[in-house]
Design a protein around this ligand. Sequence first.
Ligand code: SAM
Length: 247
Amino acid sequence: SGSLYVVATPIGNLDDLSPRAARVLAEVALVAAEDTRHSARLLRHLGLHRPLLSLHEHNETARVAQIDARLGAGDDIALISDAGTPLISDPGFVLVRELRARGRRVVPIPGACALVAALSAAGLPTDRFLFEGFLPARGSARRARLEALAEREETLVLYESPHRIRDTLADIGAVLGQRHLVLARELTKAYETFLEGSAESLSIRLAEDPDQARGEFVVMLAGAEPRRGAAMQIDGEALLRALLDEG
Ligand code: SAM
């Protein structure tokens, strides 16, 4: 039977589409895409005219049987989203889970992902990070989520749209105070910018220069400082054990 290829597409710069991704898109029988009009443009740019099938959060479950049947008939299918890696704050999770449960072969074709691109150039610790995707749209729910994350020591990574970036910065400032932030904007595009500072200083920058509030954002926050009390307790225990071992 056929395979589902989960294909990463560019997040801005079309040169970021890998040769392997281009080859897969040229060879599959069908391309399942979040927004078929948007993806038709990408395929045209590649000189391809593959049949497209829409697959978005509202019809994903309904599409599973249809896609599974095509795979069963021997067709290879590609899954793409509007930008970057499918399933990363994009549709595809239900499809991949269901196809795997049915024993189908699911193959990743890796490439651009805003989260990884942003982290790779931000200068924040990357040994451990927490990806939270989009915070809730409503202010109260957003602040509650930030409060729940306040003690996490990993670098925190968020996606944000231009409509909400100012509100999100204001909430980060209100809930987390002077935390160090890096704002990656328009990655791989002409106006790619990295800004850093506190939520408050970044809010001022965006208010002073509204161009800086346009486009797509990855918001990265330094993790919380390790709690001193907790660290001392662990040290105390280790010390006690060491002393007992001596005796
Ligand atoms: N699947 C995509 C990926 O692999 O990164 C993410 C899709 S999500 C619906 C869209 C969000 O990703 C945007 O709101 C923004 O937070 C982030 N994003 C996508 N492209 C970006 C870019 N070129 N620069 C900065 N952020 C970007």
